[in-house]
Design a protein around this ligand. Structure first.
Ligand SMILES: Cc1cc2nc3c(=O)[nH]c(=O)nc-3n(C[C@H](O)[C@H](O)[C@H](O)COP(=O)(O)OP(=O)(O)OC[C@H]3O[C@@H](n4cnc5c(N)ncnc54)[C@H](O)[C@@H]3O)c2cc1C
Length: 367
């Protein structure tokens, strides 16, 4: 294969695409805006599903390494009532490996392996054509036969294909974390267990997720107007903490302690693309992952992004006609993503809803 291929974005989608291409002997150019792999905190752990993220890793030849790193015990899930009563307590069976957890940083490093990523290369625009032109924030430009946009929710590559932009779901997440939970607060460590613990109230919820090394990610989700997070200065940790604690007045003390222990908070208003987002095929440019189908964070986005990355790479590596391979891939991606987008949109409505029983019912259906 002589075509020059670039992937914009070194997240789960872009790195999986590049790694599977590498396995097939076709190196691609990986263009990543971040200046270094650890320039930003990597975010919470991901559970990789057997038929999705794990399948992608198999296609990349990385399943055995994933199995060594991942935490099957992280599949445990406990739901509490706001007064602290345990409502559900699911534990994985011995040997259960359908959704083991892995820290995002570990997954990134696993995928990076031998890849030669160009860090600090922010793409500003892609102009379709034969070849397609890529413009960078430093004023440079380069051409490629295929540009794969794996640049996430606010994709610059997407603008070359679609005028659509993400819209607010009505729900904002606030993320914080607690280090060394086992030694600092064994009571909280026991409450969270080996996996995740969640509590749902009226139009709000809180999830604590164990990562490796005693690190716990705490996610608040609340139904608020989009400007809610601008009411306090995000750098004023005490003000943010008090705003967030105010959402959980009357909830049990351990749940509130998870927020009191957090020493940095990040607001994440949740945006999505329309469930049926597609575009007219344009030779030389395509999209993967969140750039193509941003959906609520209900445990699917990274899995889908990785599976698409692996599948596109396999199709492209085997293709006689590059453009036909990309066109056929897009049709398959749209059909599958639409189903997940509908399901996760409905799921978010039930998780963060006026009736907390809806959240419990959703878990009963999926566990
Ligand atoms: C709180 C939260 C929890 C989640 N939990 C889960 C989960 O448990 N399981 C799951 O499957 N999914 C989960 N998701 C969803 C998942 O994180 C995303 O779907 C997934 O990261 C999408 O991967 P991606 O590679 O498409 O995009 P991203 O991960 O967003 O990666 C895009 C990359 O492109 C780079 N980039 C952006 N713009 C440019 C540019 N202009 N030029 C160059 N590079 C650029 C970015 O720096 C980034 O590295 C969660 C999401 C959130 C917010």
């Amino acid at each position: 294969m002589r075509q020059r291929i670039a992937v914009v974005g070194g997240g789960p989608a872009g790195l999986t695409f590049a790694r599977v291409m590498h396995r097939h002997g076709h190196p691609v150019t990986v263009l990543e805006r971040d200046p270094a792999p650890d320039a930003r905190p990597p975010g919470g752990a991901l559970d990789l599903h057997e038929g999705m993220g794990q399948r992608a890793l198999e296609k990349a030849g990385l399943l055995a390494e994933f199995e060594a790193l991942s935490r099957p015990e992280g599949q445990a899930m406990r739901i509490l009532d706001i007064d602290g009563t345990v409502l559900r307590d699911w534990k994985p069976d011995p040997g259960e490996r359908s959704n083991p957890e892995i820290d995002r940083g570990q997954l990134r490093d696993l995928l990076l392996g031998p890849l030669d990523v160009q860090w600090g290369r922010a793409v500003t625009e892609v102009v379709p054509g034969s070849p397609a032109l890529v413009r960078f924030s430093d004023g440079r430009q380069e051409t490629f036969d295929l540009v794969v946009g794996a640049d996430g929710a606010w994709s610059r590559v997407r603008r070359a294909l679609s005028p659509v932009t993400p819209h607010y779901t009505g729900v904002t997440a606030v993320e914080t974390s607690v280090d060394d939970v086992d030694s600092r607060r064994p009571d909280l460590a026991r409450l969270i267990g080996d996996g995740s613990m969640a509590v749902y109230g009226v139009n709000r919820g809180l999830v604590a997720q164990r990562n490796s090394g005693g690190h716990v990610k705490v996610y608040v989700q609340v139904r608020v107007p989009p400007e809610w997070h601008t009411e306090v200065d995000p750098a004023d940790v005490a003000a943010v903490r008090s705003q967030v604690l105010g959402l959980f007045d009357g909830w049990s003390a351990p749940v509130l302690d998870l927020l009191r222990l957090g020493d940095a908070f990040a607001y994440r208003p949740l945006y999505v693309l329309p469930v049926s987002h597609t575009w007219d095929h344009v030779p030389g440019v395509t999209l993967l992952g969140d750039a193509a189908h941003l959906m609520p964070p209900l445990g699917v986005g990274a899995n889908l992004a990785m599976l698409e990355g692996a599948e596109l790479a396999e199709s492209v590596a085997a293709a006689d006609d590059l453009d036909e391979a990309v066109r056929a891939f897009e049709e398959r991606m749209w059909a599958r993503a639409r189903g997940w987008a509908e399901m996760t949109a409905a799921g978010l409505e039930r998780l963060v809803s006026p009736d907390p029983a809806q959240a419990l019912a959703l878990f009963d259906e999926v566990q």
